[in-house]
Design a protein around this ligand. Structure first.
Ligand SMILES: N[C@@H](CCC[C@H](N)C(=O)O)C(=O)O
Length: 270
């Protein structure tokens, strides 16, 4: 099976081109591919499938030729992946599967519109974040209150006083399973001035990653909330680089670099 490897601010993915949806992408296979010692190593898998070949998103086929079938490193499925969809777009552009500078990609969370910037960065319209009150995460015995933000997938974005660099995110942070029965992505951030934040993230299904696009938008929403804003542009610094998030009255945009770095033949099979 052919594969490619790519990343967006070091949130890394194995890309599996499967236009007709004939590969059995089981949870076991995904977990083996993502294993950083026994497999290729990645935060997740992006299967590239024609939208019309998938029953899950067939309703998006008129607007988007390609479906990003995203899986977390443990093999679980997620609704959306902000960095994943930007890397997926880079793959479509680099292979000539799309030639437009603006186009749509189908995801389980709905259609996402892509724009290729003059400097090569890829911007995605992430849709309107849905905020639904607060909840609490615990890390290293410390409790942090954060904002619940739905980006198609669930987030809890917590502004904290402790420096995020000092956090131990080697273990699953605690969270309220009554509030998040399907799990949650947890962002911990330090606001810096009025329009910047330093963020770390523990992703549902993947553990700590070096970046998370949906998490960056959730963090911008929570940072804006602190200052009583709902619109503006935020710079989100993650372990793997820098993302830019713009919030307006209707939607949110995520911008940053996305690169394909390798390709080859996968020997793994279930
Ligand atoms: N890294 C992603 C988010 C991937 C999905 C997430 N782990 C979930 O289960 O919801 C991003 O860049 O948004």
């Amino acid at each position: 099976m052919r594969f490619l490897k790519g990343h967006g601010t070091e949130n890394d993915f194995v890309i599996l081109p499967d236009p007709d949806g004939v590969v059995d992408v089981s949870a076991t296979l995904v977990a083996r591919i993502c294993d950083r010692r026994a497999g290729l190593g990645a935060d997740g898998v992006l299967r590239v499938m024609r939208t019309k070949q998938s029953d899950e998103v067939a309703d998006q086929a008129a607007a988007a030729e390609w479906f990003m079938d995203y899986r977390n490193a443990d093999g679980s499925m997620a609704e959306m992946c902000g960095n994943g969809v930007r890397v997926f777009a880079r793959y479509l552009i680099d292979t000539g599967a799309v030639s437009a500078q603006e186009f749509e990609i189908a995801t389980r969370g709905g259609l996402r519109r892509i724009r290729v910037e003059p400097n090569g960065d890829i911007t995605v319209d992430m849709g309107k974040p849905v905020v639904s009150g607060e909840s609490v995460a615990s890390v290293g015995g410390q409790e942090y209150t954060g904002l619940r933000v739905d980006m198609g997938n669930p987030h809890l974005a917590c502004a904290i006083g402790d420096p995020v660099v000092q956090l131990d995110l080697t273990h699953q942070p605690g969270f309220d399973t009554g509030v998040f029965p399907a799990g949650v992505n947890i962002e911990l951030f330090n606001p810096v001035g009025t329009s910047r934040a330093v963020m770390r993230v523990f992703e549902r299904g993947s553990g700590e990653t070096r970046s998370c696009g949906t998490g960056a938008v959730a963090t911008a929403v929570a940072a804006a909330n602190l200052s009583g804003d709902t619109t503006g542009t935020w710079t989100i610094e993650v372990l793997g680089g820098t993302l830019t998030v713009t919030l307006d009255e209707e939607t949110s945009y995520l911008s940053g670099p996305a690169a394909i770095v390798a390709s080859g033949e996968l020997m793994l099979a279930e």
